[in-house]
Design a protein around this ligand. Structure first.
Ligand code: SF4
Length: 212
C-alpha cells in the first residue's frame, strides 16, 4: 500500500476509534485478519452461546470457521439448508446468546454505528438481548457522517448484498438505490447506534478491506 494512503487510513481509524470511545463503545484495532481472529477468540470463552447476524465480513475473515473448532455453542440463522421457520427460531434464540457477532454497514467519523436490515433480526439483537455484541468492521466501512453512511448503503452495501442474495431489486441492476418497494427489498429498518451505557458493544476496526 502507498505510504500516504496508509498514513491517511491510520489517521481515520484513530479518529474514528476516539469518537466511538467517547460514545461509550469499547474499541480495538486489528492490524490484519490474523490479529482480528486472536482478538475474537480471546473475547469468546469456552461454552459461550454465540450467534451471528449474517455477514460477508465474518465469512471473509474466517471467524466462523475458527469458532467452529472451539468448544462453544454456535447458532446461526443464515444456514442455507434451513426453512424460514427454522431460521426465524435461530434469530429469536440469538437474543439469549452470550456474544452476538455482526458487522456494520457504516461507522461514521463521529462514532455512530449505522446499519440497515430487511428482516430486522440483526439490528434488533444489536440493540437488545445478547449480553455482548461484537461488531467487526474493515476500514472501508468508515465514512464521514450519517449522510455519507446512507450514501454508502445505497450505492455499495445494499446493491452488492442484493446481488449476493440474488434479490430482484432495481439496485441489483443499476448499482444504486431506486427506493424500491419490491418484495425483495432488503432495506426496511435504518438503525443508528449513538451511545452505549451498558458496556455491551465492542467494535473491532480492522486495517483491511472487509465486506461491503
Ligand atoms: S430500497 Fe430497494 S433499490 Fe434501494 S437499496 Fe434497498 S433494495 Fe435496493
Amino acid at each position: 500500500m502507498d505510504e500516504f494512503v496508509q498514513i491517511h487510513r491510520d489517521q481515520q481509524i484513530s479518529q474514528c476509534k476516539k469518537a466511538l470511545k467517547y460514545r461509550g463503545f469499547h474499541v480495538d484495532v486489528a492490524e490484519n485478519k490474523e490479529e482480528l481472529l486472536d482478538l475474537v477468540n480471546a473475547y469468546i470463552k469456552d461454552k459461550d452461546h454465540v450467534s451471528d447476524g449474517g455477514s460477508q465480513t465474518l465469512k471473509e475473515c474466517g471467524i466462523i470457521a475458527s469458532l467452529n473448532k472451539r468448544n462453544i455453542r454456535f447458532h446461526s440463522h443464515s444456514d442455507a439448508s434451513m426453512t424460514r421457520e427454522e431460521s426465524d427460531l435461530e434469530s429469536r434464540n440469538a437474543f439469549f446468546s452470550d456474544v452476538f457477532l455482526m458487522s456494520a454497514n457504516a461507522i461514521t467519523m463521529q462514532g455512530e454505528i449505522i446499519n440497515v436490515d430487511g428482516h430486522g433480526n440483526r439490528v434488533s439483537a444489536m440493540i437488545f438481548g445478547p449480553k455482548k455484541v461484537l461488531i467487526i468492521a474493515g476500514y472501508n466501512k468508515i465514512v464521514w457522517d450519517e449522510d455519507a453512511a446512507k450514501k454508502r448503503i445505497q450505492t455499495i452495501s445494499a446493491p452488492t448484498n442484493c446481488l449476493r442474495l440474488h434479490r430482484q431489486t432495481p439496485c441489483a441492476v443499476t448499482g444504486a438505490c431506486q427506493d424500491c418497494h419490491s418484495k425483495d427489498r432488503i432495506c426496511s429498518s435504518y438503525v443508528k447506534l449513538s451511545h452505549d451505557n451498558e458496556q455491551r458493544i465492542h467494535v473491532i476496526l480492522v486495517k483491511e478491506i472487509l465486506g461491503y
